[in-house]
Structure formats: C-alpha cells, structure tokens
Design a protein around this ligand. Structure first.
Ligand SMILES: Cc1cc2nc3c(=O)[nH]c(=O)nc-3n(C[C@H](O)[C@H](O)[C@H](O)COP(=O)(O)OP(=O)(O)OC[C@H]3O[C@@H](n4cnc5c(N)ncnc54)[C@H](O)[C@@H]3O)c2cc1C
Length: 427
C-alpha cells in the first residue's frame, strides 16, 4: 500500500487541521498561493495588520517542503554574506545582515506569542570533515563576530566536537547556540491555527491554475472559481505549479533531499551520541543533517539528488550514512523515510521579487527555509503595508539562471557531482 503520509511528521499529528476547497468566487485584499511556511507566515503578518487574506493550497497545508523538512532552524543566509554584499548597495549591507539574523527571532517570537508547541530546542553544530571545511567555519566565525553575532564557538579538533557529536568522523566544527531545531509540522499546524483565528480563509484541494492581470488581479482556481484581490503572493517555492513565470523557474532548481526516522532510542543512547541534543549538519555540498526529536527518534536527512525525481526508497542509502557516523546504530529499526524538493538558487541567496506591482514571490531558500520563510512573509507584508522597502532592496540581488534550459537536470547533476567529488576527496 502507498504511504498516505508525506513524512513522519504528518503521521505524528493526532488532530490535523483540515479546510474545505473553494466553492465560490470570492474577493479579498491579498490572495496567497501555497499553504507552506511562506504562505502562512505572510498571511499571519497581513491578517495581524487587519487585512482580509486567503490562501489556496492545491493539496493540504504542509504538503510541500514545509511538512517534510529536517526541522533545522538555522541562523543567517544560506550563502556567504560576502556574496550578498556584492549584490546590494553598501548602505544596505547592515540591513541585509540584520534581516538574515532576524529570521530565527521571528520564528521564536511567534512560537512564544501564540504558544505553539513544536518542540523547539536551541543548539546547532556545523561539523567539518576536512581541513578546508574547518578553516571555512573559522572564517564564518570571524565574519559573524565582526557583525556582532556572539553565539558561535569554534570546536577546533576531534575531541572538542566529540563533546557535541560522538563520532570519529569529524575533525572539528562550529557550535551555534542561536540556531536549533523544531518539529516542522507542529510548527506549521500551529501557524495555520493562528491564521485561522485571525480570520484568514484557507482553501485546501484548491489549485491556482492561472492569473489574470489588471488593476485587481484575479486567480483562477482548478474548479474555475475566481479570487479577486489587490495583491497576490506566490509562495509555492519548488512545488509551485501552473502560475510560475519563466524568470522564477529559470532561477530555481529543485534538489531532492531525503529524510529517515529511526525507531525511538533510549535516553542513555541519545546522551552517548549527541549529549547536548543539538541539531547537526556537516559541511558537504550534499550534506548529512540530523537531530533527535521529541519521541527520541533520530531524524536523519541527506542523500541530496540534483534532479526532480524522488528515490523509490531512500532508507538504504540514509542507513549507510547514519551507520558510517554511528556504527552502534547498526541494528536499529527504521520507522519511515520520505523525500521532498528543496528550492535552490545558483548563489544560494533566496530569490525575492515582484512580477508586477501587485504580484510578489519568494523562493529559493536553499535549505534555510524553516527560518527564512518567516522573514520572507514579514518582508512581503511590510512592503504591502508600506512599512519598509526591505523586500524591494533584497529583491535587487541579481540571480543567475541555471544553465542548460531543457537539459537543466543533467547539467546540474554534472555540476554538483564535481562539488560532491571534492567533498569526497576532502579537499
Ligand atoms: C527533505 C527536506 C529537508 C529540508 N530540511 C530543511 C531544514 O532542516 N531546515 C531548513 O531551514 N529548511 C529545510 N528544507 C527547506 C524548507 O523546508 C523549505 O525552504 C520551506 O519549507 C519552503 O516553504 P514554502 O512555504 O516556501 O514552500 P512549500 O512548503 O514547498 O509549500 C508550497 C506549497 O504550495 C503549494 N502549491 C504549489 N503550487 C500551487 C498552486 N498552483 N496552487 C495552490 N497551491 C500550490 C504546494 O502544494 C505546497 O504545499 C528542507 C526541504 C526538504 C524537502
């Protein structure tokens, strides 16, 4: 039988919220395509300001990457900040830096303000497998300290990192007390509940199939019902269907990543492997990322494939990676594995923009979307509410198109294989 869940997180939910599909033509101030973290975050910001908002989701909320991810809540932009500085005017550098750091606070504040129970736990380790990676982490620590970020500590050798992750494979790392991890589906359901209580109308099983431009743009949905609004936000990222423009698809590539959940381990075992219960990610291009969850399961992600095709069963390859790091888990059972699409950009800088004055999009969080989706929602709302022009400034960052056109996937695979090969050689 096919697995009815997109991830173990959906299976965990005892009371999953559900919403009816759109059954009429409607009007609102802002309509949003996509019921993931970007869509819900934007909706909450706008509804808190008193706007009438609706969301259309083609499947169910959290169907996309937001309900499948590793749950790592990571500080900052996914690319080196030095790269971002090249793309925006010097006078905006501090704003751009602060925005990257604000992303985690937005999530934490929302969890606190609305009392969302999503197992938030702070503490994060970047693990180095080579001297090159360790010196890059040292550079990162220097750069972040320069901007006043005080939560980093270099783990300079094998013994120092072993106090955080007990494996022989890492030669050192970087500890960040300002990043952490959470249960992504509980967080998302919490946001959906907040949105609902703020009178956001959410329609599941309702696909936006085209847009009609005009003073008031119109979204046409799958059953030909129409939504008329002043603004539209496209929040479909790597799952966006039908309504993406060429500019959006050219700048975004889907990378398939897979995640596996083990059976629950006993507390002593967990303490012996990850004593401080941090989330861990290594520094490879196709990285391993993992953490223990509230049920004491190891949630282990990796096996990125730079194509659009999900593996039939990700468990064997993830199991091999997990036991390479932790041989003592060789006999452990696996509850489930699943895969999903991560939207990446060539520069790893998220792609924010407008199609015209009324239509906004945010995509390409390049593996940092758990935190940056909150920021994207806030920035789009600030722009619509005429509060700041941060969204417009960050939209000015130039993005290169992925090469290859219709041969995009083979070109991407070849390009990424080179980086994976370098990681494998540990150079
Ligand atoms: C396996 C995996 C692991 C990851 N791990 C992490 C991690 O640990 N930390 C981290 O920060 N990030 C991680 N990410 C990335 C992160 O999950 C995403 O960046 C983030 O969830 C994107 O949220 P979103 O709302 O923009 O898009 P999504 O969550 O993908 O939501 C888009 C939604 O739009 C809907 N949609 C698309 N087209 C239409 C349409 N035409 N009409 C109506 N609805 C439509 C889709 O059904 C989907 O539900 C991971 C991603 C994956 C796949």
């Amino acid at each position: 039988m096919n697995n009815p869940y997109n991830s173990i997180y959906t299976k965990d939910l005892s009371n999953k919220l559900s919403f009816n599909s759109l059954q009429d033509d409607i009007e609102c101030d802002v309509s949003i395509v996509g019921g993931g973290l970007t869509g819900l975050s934007s909706a909450i910001e706008l509804a808190e300001a008193g706007l009438n908002v609706c969301i259309v989701e083609k499947d169910y909320i959290g169907y996309g990457a937001s309900g499948r991810n590793g749950g790592h809540l990571v500080q900052g932009w996914p690319s080196d900040f030095s790269k971002i500085k090249k793309y925006i005017d010097k006078k905006h550098h501090n704003m751009a830096w602060d925005a990257g750091i604000e992303a985690v606070s937005i999530v934490k504040n929302r969890i606190k303000k609305y009392n969302i129970n999503c197992d938030l736990q702070m503490g994060y380790v970047y693990a180095a497998l080579s001297n090159r990676q360790l010196s890059e982490l040292a550079e990162m620590e220097k750069e972040w300290s320069h901007y006043g970020y005080k939560h980093l500590k270099i783990l300079k050798d094998r013994n120092s990192i072993k106090k955080f992750v007990n494996t022989d494979r890492y030669i050192g790392g970087l500890f960040d007390s300002g990043s952490g991890h959470l249960h992504p589906m509980k967080y998302l359901q919490g946001l959906a509940n907040v949105a609902k209580n703020l009178s956001v109308r959410i329609f599941e099983k309702t696909k936006a199939i085209k847009r009609l431009d005009g003073k008031f743009p119109v979204l046409v949905t799958s059953k030909n019902y129409k939504i008329k609004s002043s603004k539209i936000l496209f929040c479909g990222n790597a799952y966006l269907e039908n309504v993406a423009t060429k500019n959006m698809t050219d700048k975004l590539a889907p990378a398939i990543s897979s995640v596996m959940a083990t059976e629950p381990l006993d507390k002593d075992k967990i303490k012996s492997l990850i004593p401080k219960n941090c989330a861990v990610a290594d520094c490879n291009t196709a990285l391993d990322y993992y953490r223990f969850d509230y049920k004491n399961r190891l949630i282990f992600g990796g096996s990125s494939i730079y194509s659009n095709i999900s593996p039939k069963d990700a468990t064997p390859s993830l199991f091999k990676k997990m036991t390479y790091l932790f041989p003592s888990l060789n006999n452990i059972g696996i509850e489930m594995s699943w895969s999903g699409r991560i939207g990446i950009t060539l520069s790893r800088i998220p792609h924010f923009g407008k199609i015209n004055d009324n239509i906004y999009f945010a995509q390409g969080y390049s593996g940092h979307g758990v935190a940056l989706t909150g920021l994207a929602g806030k920035l789009m709302a600030e722009s619509i509410l005429n509060k700041t022009n941060r969204f417009e400034i960050l939209s000015e960052m130039q993005h290169l198109s992925f090469p290859g056109g219709m041969f995009r996937t083979p070109v991407l695979v070849l390009g990424m294989s080179w980086f994976k090969f370098k990681d494998w050689l540990k150079i």
